[in-house]
Ligand binder design. Structure first.
Ligand code: SF4
Length: 326
């Protein structure tokens, strides 16, 4: 099976309005519309983690609205300190595997699972390497190019993408490092799309030198441990090792420190928080990490991301002002 990420997109909402309230986030509004209007036809199944209120509703909406594509819910444990969380998550993964086996007619075996984990860990390392190498070539790896390399990972067979990215990195390394005159920023949030939004950064002399986006580097910073038991147990331990993410429960809100560290490592001048419209988990985190960043001397701009809105003039003005202040 080839896993693909469903991140919504630019859509005119017609059918989804019967299923979701107007204050659901634009990603889920668009995903629901694409499910209902047949855009996602061809998918064998959809896995929906019930990790926020909107996703929780999506499981039921999908089940009844898009019966042609089976929906597999998964509930992640939030009390990650309890040893029971590992056993519980293994049981959730076993349920997912059972449903997938009815879809594919094949059972996952331990050797295949361990091989897959290795491919994913190698891919994580490749993406981290790409992110570092890109910073020496910001003339070629513009914000749009960087995002394209990141997002393409959702539409390739994983080992294929793992083979492509080192080629990009090796080719970049053959070129002389570029001394970029632009201001350097870190992006945080769920996604920073579409390309029009990223182009505004470039127009205003800003380059992206790192990110904490859920769609981009946030998914590559925590490898699945090499030891710890069988494949499913190691996957469960990976969930427990995650940090700095709005979608997991963490005492002490470490995201601000993580972002400040990203700024230091990548010599960034500031952070742009791409706040997904109506995303509660991200909204809860934002005041905490903005305060931590300001205390650390890093300016932070928050802009609202909404793929369903085609107007970018307000954001353009705010980004222009931010760039002038850096
Ligand atoms: S976490 Fe935020 S962006 Fe993701 S589905 Fe929930 S509300 Fe939408």
């Amino acid at each position: 099976m080839i896993p693909m990420g469903l991140w919504g997109g630019q859509a005119e909402l017609k059918l989804a309005k019967s299923y979701l309230p107007a204050f659901a986030c634009p990603i889920m509004q668009a995903d629901m519309e694409f499910g209902l209007n047949g855009t996602y036809e061809g998918l064998s199944a959809v896995i929906i983690p019930t990790i926020c209120d909107t996703l929780r509703c999506m499981t039921q909406n999908w089940r009844f609205g898009v019966p042609t594509i089976p929906m597999i819910p998964i509930v992640y444990p939030q009390n990650r300190k309890s040893p029971a969380s590992v056993d519980y998550l293994i049981s959730e993964y076993e349920t997912v595997l059972t449903v997938l086996s009815t879809v594919t007619g094949k059972m996952m075996n331990e050797a295949a699972l361990c091989e897959t984990i290795e491919i994913y860990n190698t891919h994580n390392a490749m993406m981290r390497e790409f992110s570092r190498a890109a910073n020496d070539h910001l003339d070629i790896i513009t914000p749009v190019e960087r995002h394209t390399v990141m997002k393409s990972a959702f539409f390739y067979e994983k080992s294929e993408h793992t083979a492509i990215v080192p080629n990009i990195v090796e080719n970049l390394k053959t070129l002389p490092a570029y001394c970029c005159p632009d201001k350097r920023v870190i992006l945080s949030g769920i996604t920073c799309e579409p390309d029009e939004l990223l182009e505004i950064l470039r127009e205003n002399g800003l380059c992206v030198v790192g990110d904490d986006l859920a769609q981009e580097m946030r998914q590559y910073r925590t490898d699945t441990p090499e030891k710890g038991g069988g494949g499913l147990r190691r996957l469960a331990l990976q969930w427990n090792n995650r940090y700095g993410c709005s979608l997991i429960h963490e005492l002490g809100k470490p995201r601000g420190k993580l972002l400040a560290e990203l700024c230091r490592e990548n010599e960034a001048d500031g952070v742009i928080c791409c706040l997904m419209k109506f995303c509660d988990p991200e909204e809860y985190d934002q005041p905490y990490y903005e305060a931590d960043l300001r205390a650390g001397g890093y300016p932070c701009l928050t802009v609202e991301v909404d793929h369903l809105n085609a107007g970018y003039e307000q954001i353009r003005t705010r980004i222009q002002t931010f760039s002038e202040m850096l």
